[in-house]
Design a protein around this ligand. Structure first.
Ligand SMILES: Cc1cc2nc3c(=O)[nH]c(=O)nc-3n(C[C@H](O)[C@H](O)[C@H](O)COP(=O)(O)OP(=O)(O)OC[C@H]3O[C@@H](n4cnc5c(N)ncnc54)[C@H](O)[C@@H]3O)c2cc1C
Length: 464
């Protein structure tokens, strides 16, 4: 009989769609799934070659098809189609030192960090991961009478400061019905009407307002939703939280979220925002440049805050580090300067000057442009076509003057974030993959039909 001993601390019987699982476990699960799919495909006669640990350094197109080149100068045969699924790319990897980490994945996890002053730019999940990676080197999280506490070991001198413009911590992941219940006002039809309206963002905000007011009249009255616009909503949304100490807010929010989970109680305004962000995202490509800017400064921040809620356990760890007097959060405001002098990083802002022996930039993935593509030929072609940001069709094929360009699909999220600002995570990756697979299947059927028609013409010609 199969052992039921939970590894990774997870019992298979407890698994459900709400559970946050350790990422290593997820990784192993996906690899196992991948290998199983490969076996299934091969059993059906589909030829699959896998080349692990092979870096592709260029993608070019000619009459023959799509050529790939690898780091050792090797050429890979012309392909009919290519899919660029290179995942996250964090800038500045090469700048990483023992005291400066341009992102949390540039060696921080394996680095030995002394118990010293650590600055982390960012307060969301990546920043939390960075703080935990360092805290775990100098102590242990333990349960004590139902509470999570941080027990320091060799942590004398360890001070971690997380920073952001507003100095807010993420809230805890809240209870809500899944799959999502349909929205009452922000429907497909209403969004289609909003696209043709003058000022798409304002038209979307009108829908947003109606939906939110009806979902949660009490909240709407509290923030005086009636008088708010797409430009003023964010300030009203964050106002109360900004007046409170972030750790106190986090503690109370955690209690509320846990209570609601126990009672299966949904907070209507939170749920409405969560469901609306995906709908609003579909209209971002229709925004004018001005709308995009207004959206980035306003509603986008609200949506990111709402869907960026983190597991309760992450909040418990933050609070445990706070109680151990190790963690602080600082609001830098909009105007601050970041300088390095040797190994030391300085941040100057309205509230004074901060100094860190170790600094981690944990602001997460930023949208990337064509110039960041690590494939010179493809980059050159797209730029020659005036595409400073790679343009993709609905099936994620690159649009471009040459037919061959449309045989290259772009699934790498950083390049898609301009038009899909909330595109992230494995569910988004799965949606993109599904679209591309369907497009490839359609294209293959089209190619086969064309070949057949061609062969038929040749046969008729010969027999005529
Ligand atoms: C630290 C971290 C934590 C995350 N946690 C979560 C989470 O909890 N939940 C969630 O939903 N999402 C999470 N994400 C996001 C999630 O990992 C991604 O959205 C998802 O993996 C994207 O899948 P992908 O297949 O597009 O890219 P990836 O899974 O990143 O795969 C890209 C692959 O391409 C390879 N590659 C890149 N460039 C080249 C090249 N030039 N030549 C050859 N191979 C190349 C890479 O080595 C990699 O194997 C997290 C991301 C990070 C960085």
């Amino acid at each position: 009989m199969r052992s039921r001993t939970p590894i990774y601390g997870i019992d298979p019987d407890d698994l459900d769609e709400r559970m946050f699982t350790p990422r290593l476990l997820l990784g192993q699960y996906f690899r196992a799934q991948f290998l199983e799919l490969v076996d299934l495909a091969r059993a059906r006669g589909i030829a699959i070659d896998i080349h692990e640990k092979t870096e592709i350094t260029d993608i070019s197109r000619d009459g023959q098809g799509i050529m790939l080149r690898d780091g050792s100068g090797g050429q890979w045969r012309p392909f009919d189609r290519a899919i660029v699924a290179t995942g996250h790319t964090f800038a500045g990897e090469e700048e990483a030192t023992d005291s400066y980490f341009p992102n949390p994945w540039s060696g921080l996890i394996d680095a030995e960090i002394a118990a010293t002053t650590v600055g982390i730019m960012g307060t969301s999940l990546s920043a939390l991961d960075a703080a935990m990676a360092i805290a775990n080197q100098h102590g242990r999280f333990r349960r004590k009478g139902g509470e999570l506490v941080y027990v320091p070991q060799d942590a004398e001198g360890l001070k971690i400061t997380m920073m952001s413009r507003q100095g807010l911590l993420p809230e805890a992941d809240f209870y809500c019905p899944i799959p999502y219940e349909p929205l009452a006002h922000m429907t497909e039809e209403a969004l289609a009407d909003a696209v043709v309206a003058d000022g798409v963002l304002d038209a979307v905000f009108a829908l947003f307002k109606t939906e939110l007011a009806e979902a949660d009249p009490v909240y709407a009255a509290e923030i005086e939703l009636d008088g708010l616009t797409a430009d003023t909503f964010a300030a009203a949304y964050f106002e109360d939280r900004l007046k409170h100490d972030p750790f106190r807010w986090a503690r109370e929010n955690l209690e509320e979220v846990e209570r609601n989970k126990r009672d299966e109680k949904t907070v209507p305004w939170r749920y409405a925002l969560l469901r609306m962000h995906e709908q609003v995202e579909t209209l971002v490509p229709e925004f004018s440049d001005e709308d995009r800017e207004r959206f980035a400064k306003g509603l986008k921040r609200v949506f990111v805050d709402n869907y960026g809620a983190v597991p309760s356990e992450s909040i418990r760890r933050l609070l445990a580090l706070r109680d151990a007097r190790i963690l602080d959060v600082v609001a830098l405001g909009d105007d601050y300067e970041l300088d390095h002098d040797g190994d030391t990083t300085f941040i100057t802002f309205e509230g004074g000057k901060l100094e860190f022996d170790v600094f981690v930039d944990a602001r997460g993935q930023r949208a990337l442009d064509t110039e960041h593509l690590p494939f010179p030929s493809l980059k050159r072609d797209l730029l020659a076509d005036g595409q400073e940001v790679p343009e993709v069709a609905d099936d994620y094929s690159l649009t471009g003057p040459k037919a061959a360009t449309r045989r290259i699909y772009l699934a790498a999220i950083p390049y898609l974030m301009h038009d899909q600002p909330f595109c992230q995570g494995i569910t988004a990756a799965a949606d993109i993959a599904r679209e591309i697979a369907a497009s490839c299947a359609r294209a293959k059927a089209r190619d086969e039909a064309q070949e057949e028609a061609e062969a038929y013409r040749v046969r008729r010609y010969r027999t005529a």
